[in-house]
Design a protein around this ligand. Sequence first.
Ligand SMILES: Cc1cc2nc3c(=O)[nH]c(=O)nc-3n(C[C@H](O)[C@H](O)[C@H](O)COP(=O)(O)OP(=O)(O)OC[C@H]3O[C@@H](n4cnc5c(N)ncnc54)[C@H](O)[C@@H]3O)c2cc1C
Length: 462
Amino acid sequence: MGCPLSQDFRTLSLWHETTPDAWTPRPALPGDREADVAIVGAGFTGLWTALYLARADPSLRIAVLEAETAGFGASGRNGGWCSALFPSSLESLAKRSSRADALALHAAMRHSVDEVMEAAAAEGIDAHIAKGGTVSLARTDPQLARARSEVDHARRWGRGEDELRLLDAHEASAVLAGTHLRGATYTPDCAAIHPGRLVRGLADAVVRRGVALYEQTPATAITPGQVTTQHGIVRAERVIRATEGYTRTLDGQRRRLVPVYSLIIATEPLSDEVWEQIGLRRRETFSDHRHLIIYGQRTADDRLVFGGRGAPYHFGSRIRDSYDRVPRVFEDLHETLVDLFPVVKDAAITHRWGGALGISRDWTASVGHDRATGLGWAGGYVGDGVTTTNLAGRTLADLVLGHDTELTRLPWVGHRSRSWEPEPLRWLGINAGLRGMTWADHEEERTGRQSVLAKVVSPFVH
Ligand SMILES: Cc1cc2nc3c(=O)[nH]c(=O)nc-3n(C[C@H](O)[C@H](O)[C@H](O)COP(=O)(O)OP(=O)(O)OC[C@H]3O[C@@H](n4cnc5c(N)ncnc54)[C@H](O)[C@@H]3O)c2cc1C
């Protein structure tokens, strides 16, 4: 946070710049107000929740309070993977519920990819959506071993070739011709999107439906029945926290979710000849099987957008504009991109940006609503929030309205992670994990053998 109110939001990312929108903030809260439901945060979580609530009961008085402007946070800045990924293994979900419940959540995520596409179409939002699936390359022996075991794992859970399949090197390079290909996994369950267009379209859609969206209104505290802001108090029977990576800005919530940074670069639009050599003809999103996450997409205007973790966690869960732009991380990303596709070596990098995503102590996303206090929340998506926020929004709408549905029975509903450790333990643990994953990838590239280091540090980063 800390974006000066005079900042031109269009400079935040490629998406902000290329959304046909002036990004002029709507008026702030004009003083104390009453509502039926108050939602803090106008990213995907807050806006999907407002949309499904307004659709279900147009008479509800819904107020959304946003510190900056809708889409300021991760929702406006992400890699644009609208995927079925959920940041928790089927095993750990099943341990808390049952095998059937874990699979039900997985099925709900797959369905949510289509729901995002349908809801965008229904609201007249052109978010440049293309459902081409995801190809994850294997470029070393250890990566290929991980690709194989991911497919074996899927089969053990009854997930067939239609959900995840192994590609040999030849098949993989027909989809995405990266260097050193040994094979890949492919899933059809992902759409590439322009997140700026989606989040701004959602903001317009909820306002059209009568939701009061107050921007440049930072909330300082959420308590049962009220949200306290710098501009007044909103009293509401139901209050939803939708602040994800920024949750530490609220009183008493400092150790609930840590903000971890992910950074992205984008090339200029690439020529047809270059794309002929790379692939991604159906705008498949892409990654590989290294430990420290990388992700990319081909945009509708033929750029390569490429991001990854690797930025440090900042002591005290601090959030600063300067943390979005770390030259060393941008250089590493560029190096990795050129290593994957040498043909883009001379392409100009036109945009560099980043943002904070939220991680809970047990690395599990959750959604919930306590009927006794009226307080609800969703978040902790660990970088898989584009689709999960849609599921969260529909689930929160059902919970707030008191409906018992398939969604409200999914095993992430009501889950509560313990808090993160106090500093300096938090800083030491998270950064050791992030560093360890980077070292493990270097070691595997150098030796061609599976790194034991990854196993040692994984408790900190999973
Ligand atoms: C660089 C990057 C790349 C990513 N790539 C992907 C991807 O490709 N696919 C994927 O699935 N996920 C991805 N993610 C994660 C995904 O973007 C997030 O999980 C998702 O957008 C979270 O949405 P949200 O609405 O919960 O949070 P946010 O979008 O962060 O919204 C929170 C909002 O709350 C506001 N706010 C914060 N504090 C206050 C306060 N005190 N008062 C009022 N308002 C407040 C903020 O200004 C912000 O607008 C990525 C994240 C980042 C940062």
